[in-house]
Design a protein around this ligand. Structure first.
Ligand SMILES: C[S@@+](CC[C@H](N)C(=O)[O-])C[C@H]1O[C@@H](n2cnc3c(N)ncnc32)[C@H](O)[C@@H]1O
Length: 147
């Protein structure tokens, strides 16, 4: 699995179901589940850009990019978007927003771009498309931050 099991993963549910329904019945010894915490792409993103995810005393929202399509959530200045198959960052109003974008985080192929969303969004689209062409797949995660 990717990153940490606590964020947008069905791995734990699948493993628990397997243990409950299949393995336990077939196994002569007791089988239990142990969860080892991993490094989520969200934390890898923050570390790679050397930023905190939140501002002092403020909240940070982590959401699938389709929810960001409607714009920044009310009362939130920091949004981490995951699962973006439509490059949502390029279709929202960029006024007053910065982006911290990362692809293949934590791997030797890691790519990072950040800056004023209006200024760098075309560059991200280009770099992203080239990476997809080169590797055949991409996983990217980004923070949208209101200045
Ligand atoms: C099914 S979710 C899994 C998330 C994972 N459990 C985590 O903790 O990062 C898949 C999404 O996670 C993000 N993601 C996972 N691995 C990534 C990586 N190495 N670099 C950038 N984004 C990643 C992408 O937004 C991708 O669409």
């Amino acid at each position: 699995m990717w990153g940490d099991p606590s964020l947008y993963e069905s791995t734990l549910a699948i493993v628990k179901e397997l243990v409950a329904k299949e393995l336990v019945a077939a196994s002569p010894t007791e089988i239990s589940v142990r969860v080892i915490p991993g490094i989520s792409s969200v934390l890898a993103l923050a570390a790679a850009h050397q930023i905190p995810l939140n501002r002092q005393g403020r909240a940070v929202v982590i959401e699938p990019a389709r929810l960001l399509a409607a714009g920044m959530p009310e009362g939130t200045d920091d949004v981490v978007a995951m699962l973006d198959g439509h490059q949502t960052f390029a279709s929202i109003d960029p006024e007053g927003l910065d982006i911290y974008w990362g692809a293949y985080l934590g791997s030797p192929d890691q790519i990072l771009i950040h800056g004023d969303l209006a200024t760098v969004r075309e560059e991200i689209l280009k770099v992203r498309a080239e990476a997809v062409e080169r590797k055949g797949w991409i996983f990217d995660t980004y923070l949208i931050r209101r200045r």
